[in-house]
Design a protein around this ligand. Structure first.
Ligand code: ASP
Ligand code: MG
Length: 458
């Protein structure tokens, strides 16, 4: 059995829908499960719909019309059988009418709770599974459109950041899927969300379909997880910064998780968690060039001699430096700051501490608000706060990096040769990655220099 995750970027046109349908139908495995994202751009559109409905109900109609038109055009082109087309269109209309009621609710009450938000943004995936299942059926294979919250993908935690209960899901999900799989029907399941124990829809964060697919692979004991995207997998660096970056054949789970957490937007960072528990390999494949091997993400630590696998960069990360003469000795201080920031739902990416300063790595967008929050705490031993907005983060990822003597020296020699100054370092926090912060205007040349040190000059 195999689980295939299809990303939104593979669902953006008639041709791409036909292409993924072909990929699904010709996969050699007897039993296949598809886990699907929303059509490209739809989740963003739903988020915009909530925001605009909070302003005025007058926007609701045109917002819905856009979604109706987008899906209708695709259905007309890819669902060829007329009774099937009617069925799919009816399902889509039904979902849009539910969405309409929810948006009017938001407009009339002037609020959108986290729970309602999750329900509204889940509509993109619900629409997509109807569309793709119709497309697969038109090609003569039985496919079933299924909503994850109705087939017991069980999760807990805060709305917007759900964590799947793997054991409960592994117990319940097969009861819904075994029978259709036995007759070789293809379940097409919504990614991105599940249900809480109380039965409410809960999402897993942006890009969460990768995680959903890993959960389904875990629960169904899939032999492999295929992740179909519009890129050839992980590369030795971001191609917009290093045009000569090469594709990576293999990454260990931890390496892929670090790369995803800090920079490469290829995988949802939590995807590897369920996979690692059962040593299920994932392979990242390109829908638009399916013959390219892609990157395998799996349990083996070393498949190659080179330790360094990839150099990532992230411009969105900035730092907030807290100065104070004896901060390092104030035990309760970190706790106070961290809880105030998490109450405001600010994600702390990393913390780098010293005796006289503590640095919070945050998304640049979050820095002004974080600064205000911390200032309002009026902590006596804080001297002043210094936002660092003109910085960026570089990460060097590879299993064995921390143990390998001389690697850090090579990294920092090449940084210096690029003319950049290292502002901050995290070292040893992760066994497979080393991160450092430099001035943003040196980013590209520094990434290129570090990349050239390990992968050769272009
Ligand atoms: N559609 C959701 C998003 O855009 C989930 C996903 O694509 O994985 O974030
Ligand atoms: Mg998406």
């Amino acid at each position: 059995m195999i689980v295939m995750k299809i990303g939104g970027s593979s669902l953006r046109s008639v041709e791409s829908l036909q292409q993924v349908t072909e990929i699904i139908c010709t996969a050699p495995d007897a039993q296949k499960i598809v886990v699907l994202s929303a059509v490209s751009g739809v989740t963003d559109h739903l988020i915009k719909s909530v925001r605009e409905s909070l302003q005025t109900e007058r926007r609701i109609r045109p917002l819905l019309d856009y979604l109706r038109e987008l899906h209708r055009e695709l259905v007309m082109a890819v669902v060829t059988d007329s009774s099937l087309r009617r069925h799919v269109s009816d399902e889509i209309e039904y979902l849009l009418s539910r969405l309409e009621k929810l948006l009017y609710g938001v407009a009339y009450t002037g609020e959108c709770t986290r729970r309602t938000w999750d329900l509204i943004v889940s509509m993109g995936e619900r629409l997509a599974v109807q569309l793709l299942a119709g497309c697969v059926c038109s090609r003569g294979r039985e496919a079933l459109a299924l909503d994850a919250d109705k087939i017991d993908v069980v999760a807990h935690g805060d709305f917007g950041y759900g964590n799947v209960d793997l054991e409960a899901t592994a117990r319940l999900l097969p009861q819904h899927l075994n029978e259709p799989l036995q007759r070789s029907a293809i379940p097409v399941i919504t990614g991105f969300f599940g249900r809480t124990t109380e039965g409410h829809t809960i999402t897993f964060g942006r890009g969460g379909t990768d995680y959903s697919a890993a959960v389904v692979a875990y629960a169904m004991n899939s032999r492999e997880l295929q992740i179909w995207k519009d890129v050839d997998g992980f590369l030795t660096a971001a191609p917009d910064m290093v045009p000569t970056a090469k594709p990576l054949e293999y990454l260990a789970y931890e390496e892929a998780a670090e790369l995803s957490y800090f920079g490469a937007s290829i995988l949802h960072p939590r995807t590897v968690e369920p996979l690692a528990k059962k040593r299920i390999p994932a392979v990242i494949k390109n829908t638009y060039s399916p013959d390219v091997a892609g990157t395998i993400v799996g349990p083996d630590k070393h498949q190659k001699d080179e330790v360094i696998k990839s150099v990532v960069a992230n411009r969105k990360i900035g730092a907030l430096r807290i100065h104070g003469a004896s901060l390092g000795q104030q035990l309760g201080f970190l706790k106070q700051v961290v809880s105030a920031l998490s109450e405001a739902e600010i994600n702390i990416i990393s913390v780098i501490t010293a005796q006289t300063a503590v640095n919070f790595l945050l998304n640049k967008n979050d820095i002004p608000l974080s600064q205000r929050i911390i200032e309002n705490l009026k902590i006596p031993y804080i001297d002043h706060l210094e936002p660092l907005m003109d910085v960026a983060l570089i990460g060097v990822v590879g299993e064995g990096l921390v143990e390998t003597r001389g690697l850090a020296a090579r990294v920092f020699t090449s940084v210096a040769a690029a003319g950049a100054n290292v502002e901050m370092i995290t070292s040893g926090a992760s066994k497979v990655a080393q991160y450092f912060v430099i001035k943003e205007n040196y980013l590209q040349q520094t990434v290129q220099a570090v990349h050239a040190e390990f992968f050769g000059a272009p």
